[in-house]
Design a protein around this ligand. Structure first.
Ligand code: ZN
Length: 261
């Protein structure tokens, strides 16, 4: 009889400990979600997002952080706030699409500041290859990895000036990971790229960063930065380009209302 009581007491203790741990795990998950939501609410674009897109973004950010590993470089220790800042902007770019586009992405590498990479550059006219080093704030290594400078991530968020390294590199990643798309959209983007090149040749002041004249791939990444950061100006100055990007991203940021203004 005594033995039975002891066995029962042990069984009850095990069940109690198991329940307690499960409750702690749930509480940790909830408090982390709460903290992430608070971090999201502090991001510049959050106040402009419609309510349904906020909910979708918060859920995608959790998925992104669960599925994409982050690596700190140069001694940088990654925390959850950093993960949220980057995941939120990466997921903002893809928010209009229902499918999950980040499967090919094997990781984010985060440096404290700008980083130096070894590059081989081929001269298009002569074919001569030169080797050298370049200082970068972001880099998409095909569809495999996105490398970012944390200082530039923060700089991007400080102003809506059309500079956003996360949106820029995520756009490169998407183009590399999911090539193809609507031929009419490609033609429109190439026409807009050519227009930017001509405006720069004429010495005109351009809305888009002249770096976008480099080639159509850079043009798309630069145009995406303006599409999300300065949508009203982009729609006014380049209405055709705005519509092409709106239909490609399936988002209409110029229609979002800033609740803080
Ligand atoms: Zn680029």
């Amino acid at each position: 009889m005594m033995r039975l009581v002891i066995v029962l007491l042990i069984a009850l203790a095990v069940v109690y400990a198991f329940r307690l741990r499960r409750r702690e795990r749930t509480a940790t998950g909830e408090s982390r979600r709460f903290e992430r939501r608070a971090t999201l609410a502090g991001l510049r674009f959050w106040s402009r997002l419609p309510e349904d897109l906020r909910d979708r973004l918060a859920s995608r950010v959790d998925d992104f952080i669960a599925r994409v590993p982050y690596t700190g470089a140069g001694g940088l220790v990654i925390d959850d706030r950093m993960r949220v800042h980057i995941a939120a902007q990466a997921c903002l770019v893809t928010l209009g699409h229902d499918d999950w586009p980040f499967d090919p992405l094997h990781g984010i590498t985060l440096h404290p500041d700008e980083f130096i990479v070894h590059q081989e550059l081929e001269d298009e006219d002569t074919g001569v290859v030169t080797e050298g080093y370049e200082t970068l704030s972001g880099q998409a290594i095909e569809s495999d990895r996105i490398v970012l400078s944390w200082r530039d991530v923060l700089d991007s968020e400080a102003r809506d000036d059309g500079y956003n390294v996360v949106i820029h590199e995520v756009t490169h990643f998407l183009e590399s990971a999911h090539p193809g798309g609507d031929p009419a959209a490609h033609a429109a983007l190439e026409a807009a790229h050519a227009e930017l090149c001509r405006a720069i040749d004429r010495g005109e002041e351009t809305l888009l960063d002249p770096y976008g004249a480099e080639d159509p791939t850079e043009f798309l990444a630069v145009a995406a930065e303006f599409f999300f950061e300065r949508p009203h100006e982009l729609r006014t100055r380049h209405p055709t380009l705005y519509v092409v990007l709106r239909d490609s991203f399936r988002l209409d940021p110029a229609s979002w209302t800033d609740l803080n203004t």
